[in-house]
Design a protein around this ligand. Structure first.
Ligand code: SF4
Length: 182
């Protein structure tokens, strides 16, 4: 039987969800027998999201042009897209900047008003990704198949969801153990 092609993606998040993934500890060895990790900030150094991905865990909200481009590619090339963690599901912490207004207000506050010296806006076309005016949860940009909240989701929750998928079943996301936020 072909192995499941698994990817994980890191958008605007703190990487805490990926750290929780690593908390799967020895179960990662079992997982490695059953999946090919084809793209991940922790599992490979590939720069281009590949085609024909079976399952992708997406950490973080969509906050800049790079995130936007990547999430469209992920959706196009992935069968089951999982919104992985509260930032992906609700925009959570990165979404707090939405209260300040658009991207210009945020950049002005951070780089001009609060800077002690060398006030200047970051601007390097092609190098510094442009901020979107609003930080968006993943499902407001592309359709999502499974929502896995948590900040971060516990290793047990990640395990339960992946175990179901490995058996060829969709996880039944109900109850405190699987859908409690925070
Ligand atoms: Fe970090 Fe929590 Fe966001 Fe995950 S959900 S990226 S742990 S802030």
């Amino acid at each position: 039987m072909d192995k499941i092609r698994l990817a994980t993606v890191w958008l605007a998040g703190c990487s805490g969800c990926h750290m929780s993934f690593l908390d799967l500890d020895e179960w990662l060895f079992d997982l490695a027998q059953q999946v090919d990790v084809v793209y991940s900030p922790v599992g490979s150094d590939l720069k281009i999201y590949p085609a024909k991905v079976d399952v992708c865990l997406v950490e973080g909200a969509v906050a800049n042009e790079d995130n936007l481009e990547l999430i469209y590619t992920v959706r196009r090339n992935t069968k089951i897209l999982i919104s992985f963690g509260d930032c992906a599901v609700t925009a959570n912490v990165p979404g707090m900047r939405n209260m300040l207004g658009g991207a210009d207000a945020v950049l002005k506050r951070a780089y001009l008003e609060l800077a002690d010296t060398g006030q200047q806006l970051p601007h390097a076309p092609g190098i510094v990704p442009e901020l979107l005016d609003r930080v968006l949860p993943v499902h407001q940009v592309v359709p999502v198949d499974i929502y896995m909240p948590g900040c971060p989701p516990s290793a047990d929750r990640i395990n339960a969801v992946l175990e179901s998928l490995l058996k060829g079943e969709l996880p039944h996301m109900v109850g405190r153990d699987l859908i409690k936020f925070g």
